[in-house]
Design a protein around this ligand. Sequence first.
Ligand code: ZN
Length: 420
Amino acid sequence: MPRICMLICLCFFLIKGNAQSLSKNLFDKYNHYKEQTIKVKRFKHKDIVPLIVKLRSNKDFDISEVGKSIENRTIYQIKYGSGPVKILLWSQMHGNESTATMALFDIFNLLAGSNDDFDDFRKEISSVVTLYFVPMLNPDGAEKWQRRTALEIDMNRDALRLVCPESRILKNLQQKYLPEFGFNLHDQDPRVSAGHSPNLATISFLAPAYNYDLDINDSRIRSMQLIADINGEMQRFIPDQIARYSDDHEPRAFGDNIQKWGTSLVLIESGGYKNDPEKMYIRKLNYVAILSAFNSIAKNIYQQKTIADYEIIPKNNNYHYDLIVRNVSINVNGQSFKADIGISRNEVTSPDFKSNTYRSNIADIGDLSTYFGIEEIDAEGAEIQGNTEKPLALKIGMPATFALSKNGRISSRLKNGFWE
Ligand SMILES: [Zn+2]
């Protein structure tokens, strides 16, 4: 091998090695930077304002007010860095999708740090890129833990009419900075799977399409390359639990339009992870993914990726129930048959919007062999009973409360979707 080629290879592995150790290092040292005042996924605008105000005392950040929500809550922009490559990030345009907002405050703590393993990283980021963060773009929705704004409009269908002031804020920022990259940060149904597989789509990405033909221009290619690179970094933490969100074109959505307006857009959807209902692990994954993306952009690592590297990521699929009880005997009007039961555990928001309970119901009955349960049990030999120890006629939509009996004796009880 000629010497120059060896040198290029060596440089490549050194750069790649650095990037790998960065994401691993970010993951391993996360707890040091985790924003400790945010403990659950339901929090409000008044909980984040003191954290933003605190950043004002750090000279590396420039805090500004970019507008007000319908209910007069201030929406802030947090600027970091002074490099030529501009990156705009916004979270929680849907008020009940807070995972990335939590991660952004963890990221601010990392960026505000010094004299640790990440000094070189900060130096490089701040000299190559300028970051514009807008956390909690829909604070009125967050107040009531609802998707829509106070006008009952889905902001992500308001990119053209711009009826909501929050929508105008986002469009104005994109038009003002014309950033090279944009990050549109959301949460998706936690039951979505990565392809047709037992694996949940813990994180889904999308390089949104800017037209119905799903054409690919230079801007969209950069989105795909960057996603391919982040996917490579994140596979080590959540192997086979990363998917691609549907790329159907939605002409009213912000992602699709911002892609059209020339910013390479990355959609990140936080999905589900077993036994993580508060999404604290997924918050940590967002932190690692977004910071790794900054590194990839600053070092141009993403440019080594191809469209094929992006398309290899499996698509979002819907093949999960929260619980599947398999092979159970069901008795209807004296006739017994065997079936699988799919159960959904649906979160219900408490009246003060701060916590949640569950309302679980029977979502499907029959052959669910093509489906997966986030939790599964094999109830071979057991029969469904009601609490009166009589056979129970199951109906779709009814509460998931029943008992399983074996040889005439109750062996386990399910109450509102959870085992007692
Ligand atoms: Zn959303």
